[in-house]
Design a protein around this ligand. Sequence first.
Ligand code: SF4
Length: 413
Amino acid sequence: MTALQPLAPSAGRQPRLLVPQPAGGESPAAYLATGGYPAAPAPDRIIERTAAAGLRGRGGAGFPTAVKLRTLRDAPARGVVVANGEEGEPGSVKDRWLLRHRPHTVLDGIRLAAHATGATHAYVYLSDRPAADSVRRALAARPPSVPVRIVLTEHTYVAGEESAVVRRIDGGPALPTAKPPRPYESGVGGAPTLVANVETLARLALLVAHPESAEAVASTYLVTLSGGEEPPVLGEVPRGTHLKELADLVGRGDCSAALLGGLFGGLYGHGWDGLRLDPDELGDAGGALGCGAIRFLGPEDCPVGRAADAAGYLADQSARQCGVCVSGTRALAATLTAVARGTGGEEDVDKLRRWSLGLPGRGACGLLDAAARIAGTLLRHFPDRVLAHQGTGCASCRTAGPPDGSRLTVDVP
Ligand code: SF4
């Protein structure tokens, strides 16, 4: 597996998350020297500043952070903050990178979120051992003003889903539960709980420390880019960056398609290079930015085969709780594999079309939606490629072996 290259194009003088750190990670002194751990503004001021900057969550859903903070502040009981560092998308590394290399920035974000909401204590939730060690060292080097506990989980696609996070912290398995209640209503130990992605919290820390750059901080994204001839890249880029520019960063100037949001945002073919890194724009185009992981496919990558890889990975990762997901994801993956190999017929393509429309929203978490979106976007963007597979498959799919999610995985630098 290739190494990653931290990169921060076009960031100018604005405060950034992705700056090289010494071996052993960020020290409290170094973080303080950049304006970190400032005196906390009044709770309302933090929330107003977050709202004015337009900060949105970076775990996948993109929900406005100020709304979450306000909801917890106004809850009838005092709440809990959880820094969610469990990134399940196989093509994303940003959260583990932050926890390994910028633990004080994340802990500062926790401190400010707890101050803004009146939370009594906090958790850092993750599966990555080096990241846990880094956070442990940071907590020892500068004890936090709010009690923070580290909770380790297993690494699965669904372990970072917010209800799975709460269930695991409460001592159960890291599996999603039916909603409602949402964690902000009844979360850890029954208390109202803010489950926030670690990049979101790190950006909260930056925008409080650097109010003059708050909007720029809130409209900048960590992205994991992969699929090219160059090693994968962890980058920090402004909203509105053209995906074509991002493809060039990993040596994929010949890109013909893109897999967005990790596996959550679907496949894009013709016209992908006109898209920009913008959650609203990608949503309007029928996809999702998700956690900011983008895999670029070149001419040698068959989109049908990559869709089968993605669906096979998701079927393996199904928590097998919801009947519709157990049967639906597995059937969808098997059918996509048959289509890729050329053993599927028109009736299989019809099934994929039906499932892509009928399955979303029927599971307790987004895994089923991701599988359905993969199938739906494949059919929408690559109808000719799907048709061309009937009877023989393509040379790449015939020799590719079983669906393999590891082809879509990236290692942490
Ligand atoms: S939708 Fe699938 S992965 Fe999600 S909770 Fe249900 S069974 Fe588990």
